[in-house]
Structure formats: structure tokens, C-alpha cells
Design a protein around this ligand. Sequence first.
Ligand SMILES: Cc1ncc(COP(=O)(O)O)c(C=O)c1O
Length: 442
Amino acid sequence: MTVPAAPGLAPSPAVPLPHGLRPVPLSPTLAINEALARKSREGLPVLPFGFGEAGIPIHPSLIRELAAAAGRGAYGPVAGSAALRAAAAGYWERRGLPTDPDLVVSGPGSKALLFGLLTALGGDVVVPAPSWVTYAAQTELTGAAAIRVATPPGEGGVPSPALLADAVVRARARGRTVRAVVLTLPDNPTGTLAGEETVARVCAVARDLDLVIICDEIYRDLVHDPGRVLPSAAAHAPERTVVTTALSKQHAAGGWRIGVARLPDGPFGHALRASLLGIGSEIWSSPPAPMQHAAAYAFGEPDELVAHVARGRRLHAAVTTAVAARFRAAGALVREPEAAFYLYPDLEPLRDRLRAEHGVRTGADLTGLLLERYGLGVLPGVVFGDAPEALRMRVAPSLVYGADDEHRHAALAAADPAALPWIAAALDRLSGILADVAGGGR
Ligand SMILES: Cc1ncc(COP(=O)(O)O)c(C=O)c1O
């Protein structure tokens, strides 16, 4: 299935491309960012709630470590340095997952590792609906199909266990080879965290159906309640679970492009490692050497970085909670945010009015209207695999923490970040847009 481009984003080409090129649209999260940047350059006011960027400054000690390693120009091992793999193993160990450093593979971002894993597995993949845009897009790039399975209410990032079994049995009956299921704990796009029991049931189904579990834990350290225990697929199904993470979100270093995967112990894990390294060796050769040094430092979790991540977590919690309140006040349905910097409000209660006043019938109609008329960049649920008519959208408010590092540091330090003038102004603007849209544009 091809994900349609939302209005305001680059449309898929209608005419055949030269030389039979495959049309591969820009990933919607990156496309919305570029659409907003264009509007901004044209001098139009924008409210950038579309891109999954953490929006906090990188901690100076991490920058210092990166700078110290800038002279490292050699390629190095495909799997990453021993120091990085040992540090990542320690990171997982402290989270209750004993890890053999030899089963850690690093790559230029967890996105690249996910693509390597999906290529190595080489079959159809079950992805939650909704889920991060890239899982389905990457699966299709490997020539396989993404099978979308709805999540239980309030538990984003995991397919409903009963629907999972049914979908896989039916796909196999049609002759499809289904190899894996992806979980996102906690979840992008909904900002929620599935419960232990659901994860345990998904793992049991995966074992019964012999599916590999790819558990994307890139937001693990951004669960708003730090006391909450993350349900662990790797604990429930250790023989078949791959865990991925990176520095992109908790350390706001997405542009550094460094990630790690923890492969399962045992013969399958070792075979998967060999395939993944083969793929990595043909695409990226080795992860960027200076980044590996910085990542080893980060995964070692020195006190100053732990404190920085905690401040980021509090900031995300405060602002997403404030944004949720603004949506609720405008009549939307929205769950209390639990993790990361995302919300997934549903404007279904406003459907009649949106249709009568603005001709809105689908989620993409709605987000197109918000972008074109108000400069509000959000992504419609359809790009995450939600039903096209659903009036749900992903809202990522982290880019309003500040236009520069001085403001972002102030946001991190604030007792009540939502009251800072620039964040309060963005929230008020959001309320104004929602009131205008819900009130028929008067
Ligand atoms: C669920 C999820 N996984 C992975 C990534 C990308 O990770 P990386 O920067 O490590 O490639 C993102 C970024 O948006 C994400 O939301």
C-alpha cells in the first residue's frame, strides 16, 4: 500500500518517471518539515508541530566528546567499536536486559539498522496501525508488504494480540511469507505506552506464529513518569526479539546519525547478526567513528547526561500536557500524553462542523486546511496507517521550546515551561487556530 501525500506535501508524481525510476515519496515527517521551512522563508507565520525533532539542546559534555573524536577518520569495524558495543550492553543491562556486546550492532541511526533488519528478514511485516511512517515504507522498499493491525485503545505501538494472530494466519493462507512484527515502546505517533499484559500477549502470539519481534525503544527514556516500568518484549520473548535505540530523541542528536540494535542470544541472533553486518558492510561500511565515541560516552550514562535527559523528559511532559489541554478545550478527544513529545488528538466530535464550514471529509483535508490557512504543520493519521477518514493527527510540539539554544536552555530549566512567553504564545496561537476552525472560520 502506498501512503498518500497529505495536501501541502509533495504529491506523488502522476506521470511516469524517466528511465522507469521508482517513485519513492519523501518520508512525510521530513516533507512536512520542508513544507514549513518553505512557508517560513516566504515570511508566512508557521506553527511547526509536524516534525519528530526533540527540540532540546545537545548537552555540552556530549559535544565535547564528539569534538575530541573528530580526528578519527578510519572506517573501523562494521558492527561498531568495542567501546560503543560494551557501553550499549551496559545501558541495556541497567534496564534489566543482560546483553552480550558481541550481539550489539551499531549503524548510522536506528532507521538504517531497521532497514538492514527488514532486508535481512526478507518477508512481510506486521506494523501497528497507527505506527511510525518508516516501518511500512521500509518494508515496501524491501519488496515485501506491511500488514497493518490496529492497536488496542490507549495502547499505541503494539498490534492488538487477537487481531495480530488473525492477520498473520490470513496472510499466510494467501501464500504470503510473514516474518516479523514491529512494536514501538513507547510509541510514536500516539505518545502512549502499551501495558505489560498486552506486550506479553503479543510476544506469546509472535512465538506461536514464529514471528521475529522488532522492538523500537528509541523513546524508552522519555516515558514521562520515570517510575513507570517499560514492558519488555526482550524479556518475554528473548529468543526472537531485537531491540533498537539511538541518541536521536533523549539526547536530541538525530542529526548525528548513530543507533544500536540488540540482537537475541542464540543461533538465530548470531545468524541475524551476520546478515545485518553483511548488509551494513555493503551500505554504510561502518558507523561514523566520531559519533561512536560520543555514543559510547552517552550510553555510559554519566550523571550530567542522566540529569539532562530527566530535564528533557519533564519539558516534554509539561508541553504535551498543555497542548492536550488546548485540544480538549477546543472539543477534540485526546489522551493524556504518557511519553515522548507527541499527541494524537481526534477531532471526530467536530466532524459535522468541519464538513459544513470547511468541506473537510478526511484527516488529510483537515491537516491541509490547518497548514494552508493557518501555517499549522501537523500530520494526518493516514500517513501512519490510520483510516483516511479519521480526523486524527499527530502533533509534535517540541520545536516550540525555543528558536535558539538560549531559549531552549531556559525551557529546560523552567519550573513551568508552558508559561514561558514564547511557549505560551505558541499555545495561544494553537488555541486561536482551533477555535477558528471549530467555530467555522469566523
Ligand atoms: C519510532 C522511531 N524510531 C526510529 C526513529 C529514527 O531514529 P534514528 O534517528 O535513530 O534513525 C524515529 C524518528 O523519528 C522514530 O520516531
